[in-house]
Ligand binder design. Structure first.
Ligand code: CTP
Length: 409
């Protein structure tokens, strides 16, 4: 029996993009029942959903009442995907209402549920919607962060439906049984490589592409986390369902990370951060001028991970004085791409950074920057070492979250 997916469609203009999502699901062999809200049919009609899914399409519990659809559809589902999830749908789902076939289905489904919100920025940022999203996430429901960009009309900002391929990727992970052990957790991931400007046309940079950081973000979203990514110069498609903040330099990354880390349950520094930047950036392009150039003078960049560890140390002290039994401390994870992967060097760096886990991965031999695969040894402050054999970066991402989730539980 192919897995049964319910595609709940809310009354938003992004409903048209969900025809593509439906195709991705059916072409993967899933049996998909589309359950639109009555108003969703104003955007995409019943005939489109019926023809694309090969299943009947109803919006109320009264059609075919003898089949008791308001409970049967939810009970027999392996996954419910709600896209676009409007502010109204999120509110009704959070309140446990059952006033149409889709909300009744949500109340009877015991399988994983995935919401892909799409709405105007003001609606997404409204305290009522924030509260509804928190309630849904705390119940283990996966609520994706909307993408930022052009919205209906002239507006732009956070609120766009994540790309259908990204929603599909999370759906597949949930159907494969991804654990939801990060439900209700906030995680922060840095990705990519920083660039330090020399002049308007040149910079000091590195080869990092952000592939591993984005794999970490996708895995965290599928495990139920509210994920924020601070991305330095990443040219990949945004990881669906995560909030992406863009930076260029190490100093910008420091500010963005320290800001977003407040209140995060875990921070994973997967970015390659430049250790040095030019002491001064030339406002004009530096010319050859027919003579050897002045040597480039460098100054040290802040060590973001070490700073996070120091901040945590201070906060722990304050918390312990206020509450002798504080909640779990923030979990800090560093990445180290190394040509010397010796245990001594790894342990020395782990201690120097003051983090809980250091993911040491070799550079060379077809592994490293921009490659689909990775391999690593994860050194923990408690002395344990977890080897992760060569495999897709998604596998290493899940191995890291396994270790983080164990420390958060
Ligand atoms: N890192 C950081 N801030 C820096 C440099 C590195 O937060 N200025 C973080 C990286 O994101 C990574 C970890 O520290 O998670 C290890 O990075 P790495 O470049 O290996 O460490 P360095 O301290 O720069 O050590 P070295 O370059 O001497 O190996």
């Amino acid at each position: 029996m192919p897995p049964r997916v319910v595609l709940g469609v809310g009354a938003g203009i992004a409903a048209y993009k969900c025809c593509e999502l439906l195709r991705l699901l059916t072409e993967s062999g899933f049996r998909v029942r589309v359950v639109p809200t009555p108003d969703a049919l104003r955007f995409v009609g019943e005939a489109t959903w019926a023809a694309l899914s090969g299943e009947p399409v109803t919006t109320d519990a009264w059609t075919d009442a003898w089949q008791v659809p308001h409970v049967r559809i939810g009970q027999s589902a392996d996954l419910v995907v709600v896209a676009p999830a409007t502010a109204d749908l999120l509110a009704r789902a959070a309140a446990g209402m059952a006033d149409d076939l889709l909300t009744s289905t949500l109340l009877t489904a015991t399988c994983p549920v995935l919401f892909a919100p799409a709405m105007h920025t003001e609606m997404w940022q409204h305290p009522a919607t924030r509260a509804n999203v928190s309630v849904l996430r705390s119940r283990g429901t996966v609520v994706l962060e909307p993408a930022a960009g052009r919205l209906t009309g002239a507006d732009s900002g956070p609120g766009r439906l994540p790309e259908p391929e990204e929603i599909f990727a999370v759906a597949v992970r949930l159907l494969a049984g991804a654990p939801r052990d990060l439900a209700g957790r906030r995680v922060l991931i840095s990705a990519g490589g920083t660039r330090e400007e020399i002049d308007p046309v040149r910079f000091i940079g590195n080869w990092s592409t952000g592939t591993q950081g984005y794999a970490l973000a996708r895995a965290a979203v599928a495990r139920g986390a509210e994920a924020t990514v601070v991305a330095a110069n990443v040219a990949l498609p945004d990881p669906g369902g995560a909030k992406v903040l863009r930076v260029v330099s190490a100093c910008e990354m420091r500010d963005a990370v320290l800001d977003a880390a407040a209140g995060a349950d875990a921070v994973v520094m997967a970015a390659a951060v430049a250790d040095y930047r030019p002491e001064a950036r030339s406002a004009a392009k530096i010319k050859k001028a027919g003579q050897p150039p002045e040597p480039l003078r460098l100054t040290e960049n802040p060590d973001i991970l070490a700073e996070l560890a120091a901040l945590r140390h201070q906060q722990r002290g304050r918390q312990q004085r206020a509450h002798p039994e504080p909640g779990h401390p923030q979990v800090l994870v560093g990445f180290a791409a190394e040509t010397d992967t010796s245990a001594d060097a790894a342990r020395a760096k782990l201690a120097r950074k003051g983090c809980d886990l250091l993911v040491v991965n070799p550079v060379g031999g077809g592994l490293g920057f921009g490659t689909p695969d990775n391999e690593a040894a994860v050194y923990a402050a408690d002395g344990t070492v977890t080897p992760v054999p060569r495999g897709p970066k998604e596998v290493l991402a899940d191995a890291v979250w396994d270790l983080v989730a164990a420390r958060l539980s």
